[in-house]
Every structure is written in structure tokens, then in C-alpha cells.
Design a protein around this ligand. Structure first.
Ligand code: KG4
Ligand code: ZN
Length: 361
């Protein structure tokens, strides 16, 4: 594959990188050139999975299989780009749903082989964080807080290829807590965004003292919060929809309490991690839950207090998307990294190996 770099003879800064994302229920293809997003095409499966109250893996992979080809065609046509102009393919290799990841990586590998261009398998969690660079200049070292549906993690980030994991969710992730508590409240899946909207309308209503679960390490645990919230919901019919007028007041108040609890835990953990790493110059916040208004406000306030830069993708780029995959791939490709086409995909829970190859300078 090394020879494919040479064959291109194009400077890395002018490189056109195609990104493919299919780790969960959102399918996407995006183009990044010179560190800037050219365009992206996305196919959301949210409505389909909402019928089942959560993502159905088998359905997700079938939808990716149906969507990817047309999305790729649409992206290229819309931008008058021919496949031969693509210099590098970046694809999410995990963590995610295995079947979904296999659809995306098989598509990307076939494309790279047919075009004789290099390919790079991208860590989805790293891509969420590196997506901060799509709209801001990245500065290192940074403390990265990744908050998504499946993961809550703290990373020390020294460069695009050096992210050291400092803390992680040991049970439910923050997004999972939002979604499961939302389900108990009778809200549609995924409930995080709706809970946030409701929280913004809170005026009075009941007082809901929710805990801020805080294990002593830099790890996160949100299952206790989920249990506490479920107990309150069971005791208060006004929350699960049985007493309409009260629900109109209590539900927003409860959602605001939930926003406070989760953003509070995240900020305290981040503060503890920053105490241990005073060398950090910036805080990067990313992942679907980074779109949450309380989380954004609290983390930004903490960064300001400490005189650190605060970077977070705009809300639309916090959720799963292919722009972040293309961007992360372009950064790593720019450093000379690539994979052979036999690289593997990794479901959630399996450690992704550091097995990128690097071309000779
Ligand atoms: O990063 P993401 O799109 O997918 C994963 O890789 O998991 O994150 C999805 C998660 C869901 O749990 C969703 O409920 C949550 O992000 N989410 C939010 C908000 N918007 C999305 N949670 C709280 N407040 C929001 N505004
Ligand atoms: Zn994600």
C-alpha cells in the first residue's frame, strides 16, 4: 500500500479524504480537503429504531447496507467530484455494533482497493474528540471529555495519534442514562435531546434531589442515578404522564434536575483530571451529549475559570457523523499513517489496538 502514497504525488494538505461512518444507527459519508469539511451526506435511522425503544443491531446493519452506496454517489455528484479524485479513505473501525461496522469497513476497503488508494481505520471515540478541529484550531496537550450514548471517557490528548485514557464509564454511559431515564418518563428514544429541551422550559414544579454519583477514581458511574431517578418516577405519577396538568410542570423540573446532576458529575471529574494534568492548555468536549446545554455551559465555565481554551463541535457535529471520521483520517493520514486492508473492526467493549502503519518519510 506504501506505493499508493507515492503514486498520488499530492501534498498532504491538499489531500481529499473520504470518511465513512456506520458504527451505530447513523450512516454517513463525508469529504474533507485541506482540513476543511467539503460536504457530508447522512442517513439517520432514528425513526426506525424509535419504534423498538432502542437500536436493533440487525436492522441497523441492513439499513447501512442499503444506504451506503447511494450516499456515496449523492456526495460525489453533489460536489462534482469523481471517485478518482479521492486520495484516502477513512472508515470507523470501532467501537460500535459489529454488523454495522462490518458493512462500513467492507465498503471502504473495496473502494480503496478498486481506486488503489490508502485506507485508514479510525477509532470512533478519538474521531468524536478530534472533530473539535473541524471548526477550531486544535491545541495540545488537551483534556478531552467524550460523552456519548455508549461511552463517557476522559483522555489526555497530546497529538492526533496520542490519546491516553484516564477514566471511563464502569456501567451506564451518560447518554445511556439520559435515554433509559427518558424511557421511564415515557419519552421517545433517544431521549437526551428532548430532556434537554424540556429542562430549558422548567418553571417551578416539584423539587427533585437527584444524586451526583462520584466514584473516587476518574471513572464514571451513572447506574445509581438511573435507579434513583426510576424510584422517583415510580412514586410520582405526574412524571410518567398519568396526571396531565402536574406533568406539564413537574416533567421540565425533573429534566432540569437530571441535566444538573449529569453535568455536575462531568464537571467534577473533569476538574479532578485537570488537577492531575496542569500541563493541559485546553478542554475538548465531544460526543452526542456534548450537545446538552447544561453540560456545555458547565464545562465551558470550568475551562474559563482555569484559563483554558474550550473547544466543542457545534451541536450538529456532536452526534455521530462522517465528517469527524474523514477529519480524523485526514489528520492521521497527514502524519503518514495507514492500514493494510486486513485491519479488523472492534465492537464496544474490546480494546482497539494501536496497529496503524506509518509510511517512510
Ligand atoms: O455520540 P452519539 O451520537 O452516539 C454514540 O456514539 O453513542 O450520542 C448519542 C447520545 C444519545 O444517548 C442521545 O440521547 C444523546 O447522545 N444526546 C443528548 C443530547 N443530544 C443527544 N443527551 C443530552 N442532551 C442532549 N442535548
Ligand atoms: Zn458516537
Amino acid at each position: 500500500m506504501q506505493s499508493h502514497w507515492a503514486a498520488r504525488g499530492r501534498s498532504f494538505s491538499a489531500m481529499l479524504c473520504l470518511g465513512i461512518e456506520s458504527s451505530c444507527d447513523d450512516c454517513g459519508a463525508a469529504l474533507v480537503r485541506d482540513g476543511r469539511l467539503v460536504d457530508q451526506a447522512l442517513a439517520s435511522q432514528t425513526e426506525l429504531h424509535a419504534l423498538f425503544g432502542g437500536v436493533v443491531p440487525e436492522l441497523a446493519s441492513r439499513e447501512h447496507y442499503r444506504s451506503l452506496g447511494p450516499l456515496f454517489d449523492l456526495l460525489l455528484q453533489r460536489n462534482s467530484i469523481s471517485p478518482g479524485e479521492i486520495d484516502l479513505v477513512a472508515v470507523t473501525r470501532g467501537p460500535g455494533l459489529l454488523g454495522s461496522l462490518l458493512v462500513g469497513t467492507a465498503f471502504a476497503k473495496a473502494l480503496a482497493l478498486s481506486l488503489s488508494i490508502p485506507i485508514i481505520g479510525v477509532n470512533h471515540l478519538h474521531a468524536h474528540l478530534l472533530a473539535c478541529g473541524l471548526e477550531h484550531d486544535l491545541n495540545y496537550p488537551a483534556m478531552g471529555l467524550l460523552v456519548s450514548g455508549g461511552h463517557t471517557r476522559l483522555y489526555l490528548i497530546e497529538s492526533p495519534d496520542r490519546l491516553t485514557l484516564l477514566g471511563r464509564s464502569i456501567d451506564d454511559a451518560a447518554g445511556e442514562a439520559f435515554d433509559k431515564i427518558g424511557c421511564a418518563l415515557g419519552l421517545p428514544y433517544p431521549a437526551g435531546g428532548l430532556i434537554d429541551q424540556l429542562a430549558k422550559t422548567a418553571q417551578g414544579g416539584g423539587a427533585f434531589p437527584l444524586p451526583e454519583p462520584y466514584p473516587e477514581t476518574l471513572d464514571f458511574s451513572f447506574s445509581g442515578l438511573k435507579t434513583a431517578a426510576s424510584l422517583i418516577i415510580k412514586k410520582r405519577p405526574s412524571l410518567s404522564g398519568k396526571e396531565r396538568p402536574e406533568r406539564e410542570k413537574d416533567l421540565p423540573a425533573f429534566c432540569a434536575a437530571l441535566n444538573r446532576s449529569i453535568s455536575g458529575v462531568l464537571a467534577r471529574k473533569l476538574a479532578a483530571a485537570l488537577d492531575l494534568h496542569p500541563e493541559c492548555r485546553a478542554v475538548w468536549l465531544a460526543g452526542g451529549v456534548a450537545a446538552n446545554s447544561a453540560v456545555r455551559e458547565k464545562i465551558q465555565a470550568l475551562a474559563r475559570q482555569r484559563g483554558l481554551d474550550f473547544l466543542a463541535p457545534s451541536p450538529a457535529l456532536c452526534a455521530d457523523n462522517a465528517a469527524m471520521t474523514a477529519y480524523a483520517g485526514a489528520l492521521l493520514g497527514g502524519m503518514g499513517y495507514y492500514h493494510e486492508t486486513d485491519f479488523e473492526t472492534f465492537p464496544r467493549g474490546r480494546k482497539i489496538p494501536d496497529d496503524m502503519l506509518r509510511r517512510a518519510k
